[in-house]
Design a protein around this ligand. Structure first.
Ligand SMILES: [Zn+2]
Ligand SMILES: [Zn+2]
Length: 435
């Protein structure tokens, strides 16, 4: 009998980790991420003595951040992923260890072991990890390099979606459920199960029109986007609608843009990406900040929720200028400075941190325009239902596990699917199910 143990991302977004075990006792972990809480940042602890491989859906820290921990006891354990994802997680986990105050029970030594044990899988090619135990990657449409994982074990087929997006974006191809072979079970993400994203084309057009309106009238636009994927998507949208003003990118977004440039096959259209990137200037040091702002520019600079990062270098003069704007292009979690700015038009941020080399004590009322554009890289409620409808199930069981969403989103999606005669549930952490 095949066993699935939910080690994380149960009724929460964070520490994604799923253990699959064959009847012989061979084990495979799908994702092994962290969550950013005060305690218990790592996945649920369990016996992993017979671990044959760890397979990673994509680079985000909530899926990858705790992987080095698995190399504490085991020096040789294959990490199955692809080249672009490895390049990014090396950087992200390194940064996480460097700036975190949390005492992670692993460090650079284990991160090194992880990097040295990596094997690259091509999408849609089956890979054997143990007897009667195979994995295949399929495009997930979330960020460049993101995959869903099909696990074939003891004659059962289980699909783990990871984070998916089946709406059209500019940077990556969207997830396509109909290309997945017939399955018995699916573990599906539920991040935006209760949300409906606005129509993409209109949103893109609105964004560029508003950017034009600000820059042509003598202001600057700060886009505090996530460095991974969202910054590059913003660049491509501006290019798509022939925005010809000055665009600068800064911070982590510069590095990730270069990584994507070096892995063009992970992109939807490499020619289009390279063309769009050519129009962008890579910001060069804090001293030139004033020069960029004089040019009525668009500055794309992380972090996405204004919790730090290079965006803070620009924020003061922009907040103070009624002609300028801050356009947020990602979800703003409650309690973050980004959310506060959006809701109350006040930017409040305090941080003195030697590791980050920061010294901020800001409490500024925004004179500039502040707006949110929902350029999500996750499927919304309708998208998730469409995705599931397009999956082919082998048996009548149609088993579905809803993870990677808060309590309300996971349980709501599970009960909607029960109404459609699926056998679905929102598992709790540590729960074990048999297939
Ligand atoms: Zn993700
Ligand atoms: Zn995620």
């Amino acid at each position: 009998m095949v066993k699935i143990t939910f080690l994380g991302s149960c009724r929460e977004v964070g520490r994604s980790a799923i253990l699959v075990e064959s009847k012989n006792g061979d084990q495979c972990v799908l994702d092994y991420g962290v969550r950013f809480t005060d305690n218990d940042r790592l996945p649920f602890e369990t016996d992993l003595n017979n671990l044959k491989a760890i397979a990673l859906t994509h680079c985000h820290i909530d899926h990858s951040g705790a992987i080095p921990f698995l190399y504490k006891k085991k020096k040789h354990l294959p990490l199955l992923t692809n080249c672009v994802t490895l390049d990014i997680i090396e950087k992200l986990i390194n940064d996480m260890l460097r700036i975190s105050k949390y005492p992670y029970p692993f460090g650079y030594h284990e991160l090194n072991h992880m990097v040295n044990n990596t094997f690259f899988l091509k999408n849609e090619i089956r890979h054997k990890i143990a007897d009667d135990f195979y994995l295949t990657f399929y495009d997930a449409g979330h960020v460049p390099g993101s995959v869903s994982i099909l696990v074939e074990v003891d004659g059962k087929r289980l699909l783990y979606t990871g984070d998916i997006n089946n709406t059209k974006t500019n940077l990556v191809n969207s997830a396509n459920a109909s290309q997945i072979p017939k399955i018995d079970t699916v573990i599906v993400e539920s991040t935006y199960a209760l949300k409906e994203h606005p129509p993409r084309a209109e949103l893109e057009q609105d964004f560029v029109e508003e950017v034009l309106d600000i820059t042509e009238n003598g202001g600057n636009v700060l886009v505090p986007a996530f460095g991974v994927a969202r910054s590059q998507e913003a660049v491509m949208i501006l290019d798509k609608y022939q925005y010809n003003g000055n665009i600068y990118i800064d911070g982590m977004a510069k590095l990730i843009s270069k990584i994507y440039y070096n892995h063009p096959d992970t992109l939807k259209d490499k020619t289009y990406y390279k063309k769009a990137l050519k129009k962008v200037k890579f910001a060069d040091g804090i001293k030139k900040k004033k020069e960029y702002l004089k040019k009525h520019s668009v500055i794309i600079s992380p972090s996405g929720m204004l919790k730090g990062g290079s965006a803070l270098k620009y924020i003061k003069p922009i907040l103070d200028d009624y002609k300028s704007a801050i356009f947020m292009v990602g979800y703003q979690v409650e309690g973050t400075p980004g959310r506060n700015l959006l809701e109350n038009k006040i930017f409040e941020f305090k941080e003195f941190d030697e590791k980050r080399n920061t010294n901020y004590d800001l409490n500024i009322e925004a004179k500039c325009k502040v707006k949110h554009f929902d350029f999500s890289s996750h499927a919304d409620g309708r998208g998730l239902q469409d995705y599931i409808n397009n999956l082919n199930f082998i048996s009548n069981g149609k088993q579905i596990f809803c993870v990677h969403g808060d309590q309300e989103s996971t349980t709501n999606l599970a009960s909607k699917l029960v109404d459609k005669h699926y056998n679905s549930v929102a598992p709790e952490i540590g729960e074990v199910y048999s297939l």
